[in-house]
Design a binder for this molecule. Structure first.
Ligand code: MN
Ligand code: MN
Length: 253
């Protein structure tokens, strides 16, 4: 007899045979405006049964890709350092086994953990970041580890020129000033994505998508909705372009 446990539709491969490991990081301790992202991975998984595994956009079927759905991690909601440690240990195991981690957040802070894991294996890692927000604050509410600082914490361990940001339309003035000399920042849409892809070439990439890059008229259910975002088809076409890169880890939050 086999256990009957819900996984994301079409992702019923075993761990050993998988190329990609999907898992949820249900954590939203530092969310500043509207909490609830901790429920996202469960909801995304159960709502996946309203989709087909076949994508006419890509003429590809998810059931032909070897994805293991590991379920949701048990995270310490009140302590982001403990939560990040749990995620990092889990993604270390995925990366050490030669597989690609695919995390569903959770607030954006969770991205720091899998980035640390893949960076150990790929020191020349680049980051593709789709978001409404810069997420580049040094501190937010006196806290250096927050959804609003996560890309700054990633910069701490990657350095200049490795972070490529798109769709950005919110942040404070010092963040935008700082970004000019430290990250490859592109405002409002995906202009400049092709040249970034060209310059990255074959280098390993971690791809993180904060779904608030979408316009709130398309995707209102996010912690900090921000008007002026991209459409669903714009996001889809940007994902298809970026997906041609050498992706070694990814998430959506
Ligand atoms: Mn974000
Ligand atoms: Mn955001």
């Amino acid at each position: 007899m086999e256990k009957i446990i819900e996984n994301f539709i079409g992702c019923d491969c075993g761990f050993e045979d998988s190329d990609i490991v999907l898992f949820g990081a249900p954590f939203d301790s530092t969310t500043s405006f509207r909490p609830g992202t901790r429920f996202a991975s469960k909801d995304i998984r159960s709502n996946s049964y309203g989709l087909e595994t076949y994508s006419p956009y890509q003429n590809a079927d998810l059931s032909e890709i070897s994805v293991f759905d590991g379920g949701d991690l048990e995270l310490c909601i009140g302590d982001q350092h403990k939560a990040l440690k749990t995620i990092e240990e889990y993604t270390d195991e995925i990366v050490e086994n030669g597989k690609i981690p695919f995390m569903i957040g959770g607030e954006h802070l969770v991205t720091l953990a899998p980035v640390k894991s893949v960076l150990k294996k790929y020191p020349d890692l680049h980051i593709i970041h789709f978001d409404a927000h810069t997420d580049l604050r040094e501190e937010y509410l006196d806290e250096p580890y927050s959804h609003a600082t996560v890309l700054r914490r990633i910069w701490d361990i990657t350095g200049d020129g490795r972070i490529h940001q798109f769709g950005i339309r919110s942040g404070d003035k010092p963040e935008f000033e700082w970004a000019k000399s430290h990250t490859d920042i592109h405002l409002f849409n995906f202009d400049g994505l092709e040249s970034a892809i060209e310059s990255i070439g074959e280098k390993p990439v971690y791809f993180t998508i904060d779904l608030d890059v979408l316009d709130p008229s398309v995707f209102p259910g996010t912690g900090t909705p921000e008007a002026g975002g991209v459409t669903f088809t714009q996001l889809l076409s940007a994902i298809f372009k970026a997906a041609k890169l050498n992706i070694v880890g990814c998430d959506t939050v």
